[in-house]
Write a protein that binds this ligand. Structure first.
Ligand SMILES: [Zn+2]
Length: 466
């Protein structure tokens, strides 16, 4: 699961340091443990080098999945035999030190410099400005476009605030001198952007203030204009990759109604500064496990000749901001206005003790009627037991949900300590759990793809606000 989204947790970490899922049905026995294990051990092997977003390793993962789709007889996304979408992304390094200026009424401006009064956690642009809004209590409503100040270093809260559309978030930091030095020395870059879709990128910014600057800011009136300025080098183009395969619906009157089954290909790659037995973030659970679910569900559902079309999509660059799914959404190979649902898989490699045995959970369960419908057709899913983690907003389902598509993520992530570390390795995967988690979705998805049921958002559940 993901970055500003996952970047937070990664940065936070660097700063502070006989299972049988029931209801699977006889035919889903087609999902076997050796097949699950084979795909997972390849995708999460050291040979794949952690499948870093926008790397050749991610490309290899995409080609692997594409090969499976071709072997299964799925149609290609373009009808011309291409199962991989190649997507150009612009990356810009920040040169020099960004500055922050507080334009005080009737007093001299305060001018702060990166590395001295603040460190950059995320930077979404070269010229960011807005009125100061100090958020001293948790129930304060965030003004869109404000420069929000939080009086504590709390990345979960910053994430909450970012979902409400501020221009930037400033946090009072509590870094040790060593952590501060490390953060100040980190190379800075702007949030990447899709070359073909300028303006759709992630423009969120988070700066962490030192105690003196934070104290100063707390005495400055709300509404005071703040400007953040940076210089960026010219763009360098890299690529991310989606693997997409299609089972075309067998019923001509329902063929244009798509069901998306998705996961993300990429993880955090190889990080030289990582603490651990090695430097490779294998991402066995996150999210090689979900990719295996997509492959195995494609294999199982291809034999079922569903009436509706099923699109199997493994997205690139989820961890760095959902770029693969955003491109898929904006340049979709299938008519998204007729797409009825996305069922996304994230981190199903181990059971979660927070829910009953043999059970998975669905993010945003009560936002729509999809979860209860799938459950009534055999899916062993319950509501997400970790709502404070905002998992609904932290995976590729959210990219599609922002377009109004009923889109949720299936998971059994039990907040294990290996999350986003080099220790998320295959040796910790519970293959019996994983096999049955996948098998348990064959019948519910076959039902969905053969039915006339159209899932609906419940009042207030649609993040697109419709
Ligand atoms: Zn993930």
């Amino acid at each position: 699961m993901w970055t500003v989204r996952a970047a937070f947790l990664l940065i936070l970490a660097s700063l502070v340091q006989g299972c049988a899922l029931h209801g699977a049905g006889a035919r889903s026995g087609a999902v076997t443990e050796p097949a699950v294990r084979a795909h997972l051990e390849f995708l999460a092997s050291d040979a794949m080098n952690g499948r870093g977003s926008m790397t050749r390793d991610e490309q290899l993962a995409a080609e692997y999945v594409a090969a499976q789709f071709r072997a299964l007889g799925l149609e290609s996304v373009d009808g011309a035999g291409h199962y991989v979408q190649t997507i150009a992304i612009s990356n810009r390094a920040v040169s020099g030190k960004p500055t922050l200026t507080v334009h005080q009424n009737g007093a001299p401006d305060l001018k702060w410099t990166a590395g001295s009064e603040f460190v950059v956690t995320l930077l979404g642009g070269t010229a960011i400005s807005g009125p100061l809004q100090r958020v001293m209590t948790s129930d304060t409503r965030i003004q869109r476009g404000a420069i929000v100040y939080l009086p504590e270093q709390n990345f979960g809260r910053a994430f909450d605030v970012l979902l409400q559309g501020p221009a930037a978030v400033l946090m009072r930091g509590n870094l040790t001198p060593e952590r501060w030095e490390a953060a100040a020395a980190r190379p800075m870059k702007l949030q990447p952007e899709l070359v073909d879709l300028p303006g759709t990128g992630d423009h969120r910014s988070v700066l962490t203030l030192n105690a003196a600057a934070a104290t100063q800011l707390e005495s400055i009136a709300d509404g005071t204009r703040i400007e953040i300025a940076a210089q960026a080098e010219s763009p360098r183009i890299s690529h991310t990759y989606n693997a997409v395969g299609v089972i075309r619906g067998s019923d001509p009157s329902r063929r244009d109604q798509g069901v998306i089954v998705s996961a993300h290909l990429d993880h955090l790659g190889r990080v030289e500064s990582a603490q651990g037995p090695d430097k490779i973030f294998n991402g066995a659970d996150d999210d090689a496990s979900g990719v295996v679910a997509v492959i195995e569900l494609a294999a199982a559902l291809a034999k079922r000749h569903p009436k509706r079309t099923i699109v199997f999509a493994c997205f690139g660059s989820e961890e760095s901001g959902g770029f693969g799914s955003t491109y898929f959404r904006e340049k979709s190979p299938v008519p998204l206005d007729k797409t009825i649902a996305d069922v996304n898989f994230e981190m199903i490699g181990r059971p979660d003790a927070a829910v009953p045995p043999h059970t998975l959970w669905l993010t945003g369960f009560n936002r729509s009627d999809l979860g209860s419908a799938l459950a009534s057709h055999g899916a062993r899913i319950v509501a997400d037991p970790h709502p404070d983690q905002h998992f609904f907003e932290r995976s590729d389902n959210y990219t599609l949900a922002l377009r109004g598509i009923v889109a949720h993520t299936v998971s059994s992530y039990g907040l294990h300590k290996e999350y986003h570390t080099p220790a998320d390795e295959t040796r910790l995967v519970d293959y019996a759990h994983m096999r049955e988690a996948i098998a348990s979705f064959v019948e519910p998805l076959a039902w969905l793809a053969n039915s006339d049921f159209r899932p609906q958002w419940r009042p207030g559940g649609n993040p697109a606000g419709k």
